[in-house]
Design a protein around this ligand. Structure first.
Ligand code: ADP
Ligand code: TRP
Length: 478
């Protein structure tokens, strides 16, 4: 599974239009089916232009509802593979930006379009704030923290991904270590820019040429009716043109192919009125967005559910970001003999484990624990996995017709296959299978953190496996 990250800035009024949907959110949805998604509300980015507390609060809330409604409305009410979070809930974004500033040449940022455009069109240098100037570095931090493979964005953001790659490459080279993965942009050509209802410029909130998704039906109808078609056509019987006709352009995405083809033919021959085509677009839009519109109202009426999603998102995002930060801090020399783990905002658990060259762990929450199915299993066979320094391969009978293969990565703690063979332990049995070294691991052996055991019993860092000796094989413990 590859990982991607994308963000939307809560600018304008925080609501999304069909250009945002086609150019961004639709890709998030389809990509999240086979990839691990990190989707972020880029509230820190909005600070470059919004300096009004009420407006920022409103925009973030609106964007959260808009994006969640589209995601959940399309994905059957769930967010599989998606970590949905607010940028400012993960302090590592600003910390990494601060670190990256030091390997970023001024010239690289000066060439960024957002800054250059602003300078050319609107403002003198004195009026441009450092936040806007430095926006690409914050965006680089957003992306690099999560070791993302690719970044789906609109064409207008391509340069920011190039800058991100440049900064990541410079950092890795400067410190002679591959700390950051270089991300690829993901920009499908056919949706890279959706033109607005004026048919002239990119669809954009600030230009007032949008079709909304969550506005009342009358508003959407009006936007559709005002959409640019074929200016040379005055009567329904005039021969019409399809090229540049925005109603047909939008229908490519929202209509059914057969019906759209029929309408195109009729339009070209002067056999159908504009209003009829527009009515079809209006109906198609409402049909496409019906589940999302319903979800939008459900979310608006249930702030607690939204808060829970954001909290869970922040927890997961922080866990991943912390791992990168621990590495980055160590690599540049911010960790030293006097560093105390508790002095950092990053949990001591990952850094201690990382000191031993082990993969960092994040403790599970009670809510996650409550979802686990745990069974008694007997290890029929245990062996070191060839080609791995950590994995022990267990063949486990959990009372099903076939035994399961379950890996545990604990050789680094001194565990050997003999510690498991022939013995009974507790296993988590309702996890999705996970590919490890070419084989699927079909569960997990339950371990607890050994930190609270007295030193001497083990080295106080070793996970402890819970014995299930004498318990009935396959019994469901919870
Ligand atoms: P707006 O320009 O309306 O303010 P944003 O800049 O907030 O929209 O864009 C949010 C996301 O939607 C970005 O990924 C951006 O690339 C994409 N996007 C915005 N407008 C369009 C458009 N007209 N066509 C395609 N994608 C768009
Ligand atoms: N700058 C992006 C925009 O205006 C939003 C954004 C912020 C983003 N951080 C990101 C997009 C990281 C992709 C990845 O649309």
């Amino acid at each position: 599974m590859k990982r991607f990250l994308s963000g939307i800035t809560p600018s304008g009024d925080g609501s999304l239009h069909i250009g945002n949907y086609l150019g961004a959110v639709r890709q998030f949805i389809s990509l999240s089916r086979d990839n691990e998604a990190f989707l972020m509300i880029a509230d820190l980015h909005a600070l470059t232009t919004i300096r009004d507390k009420k407006r920022l609060e409103h925009n973030v809330e609106e964007l959260v509802r808009n994006e969640l409604a589209l995601l959940m409305g399309t994905l059957g009410g769930e967010l599989p593979n998606i970590t949905f979070f607010r940028q400012s809930d993960v302090p590592a974004h600003t910390e990494l930006q601060s670190i990256l500033n030091n390997v970023t040449p001024l010239g690289l940022v000066k060439r960024a379009h957002a800054y250059k455009d602003k300078l050319e069109k609107e403002s003198a240098e004195e009026d441009i704030n450092l936040g806007l100037f430095n926006y690409p570095v914050l965006m680089a931090a957003d992306i690099l923290l999560y070791q993302t493979d690719f970044v789906p964005v609109g064409k207008d953001q391509k340069q920011h991904i190039e800058i991100t790659r440049d900064i990541a490459g410079r950092f890795n080279k400067t410190f002679c270590k591959k700390i950051f993965k270089l991300p690829e942009p993901y920009i499908p050509e056919e949706v890279s820019v959706i033109m607005g209802t004026d048919g002239k410029r990119k669809m954009s909130k600030s230009l007032g040429n949008i079709i909304s998704i969550f506005e009342p039906e009358e508003v959407i109808r009006k936007q559709v009716m005002e959409t640019y078609t074929d200016p040379a056509r005055i009567h329904a019987t005039d021969l019409g043109h399809i090229a540049g006709n925005m109603v047909f352009r939008y229908l490519e995405f929202f209509g059914t192919k057969q019906k759209v083809d029929e309408l195109k033919e009729a339009y070209k021959k002067g056999q159908v009125a504009d209003v009829e085509v527009k009515n079809y677009l209006y109906a198609s839009l409402l049909k496409t967005f019906a589940p999302a519109r319903e979800k939008y109202h459900a979310l608006a009426n249930n702030p607690e559910a939204v808060r829970e999603i954001l909290q869970e998102g922040a927890r997961k995002a922080n866990a991943v970001a912390s791992r990168t930060m621990v590495e980055a801090r160590r690599t540049i020399g911010l960790s030293n003999a006097y560093s105390c783990p508790s002095g950092s905002s990053y949990t001591p658990v990952p850094s201690e484990r990382q000191n031993q060259g082990l993969t960092p762990v994040t403790p599970v929450t009670l809510a996650e624990f409550a979802r686990m199915e745990i069974r008694v299993g007997k290890v029929i066979e245990a062996s070191n996995k060839e080609g791995s320094e950590k994995l022990i391969r267990l063949v486990v009978d959990v009372g099903e017709t076939k035994p399961r293969i379950i890996f545990t990565g604990v050789r680094g703690f001194g565990y050997t296959p003999e510690d498991f063979a022939g013995k009974q332990f507790l296993f988590i049995t309702n996890l999705a299978p996970r590919k490890m070294m070419g084989e699927e691991s079909q569960g997990m052996i339950l371990a607890v953190d050994g930190n609270e055991r007295p030193r001497g019993e083990h080295d106080a860092k070793k996970p402890v496996f819970i014995t299930a000796e004498g318990m009935p094989l396959g019994a469901k413990v919870r």
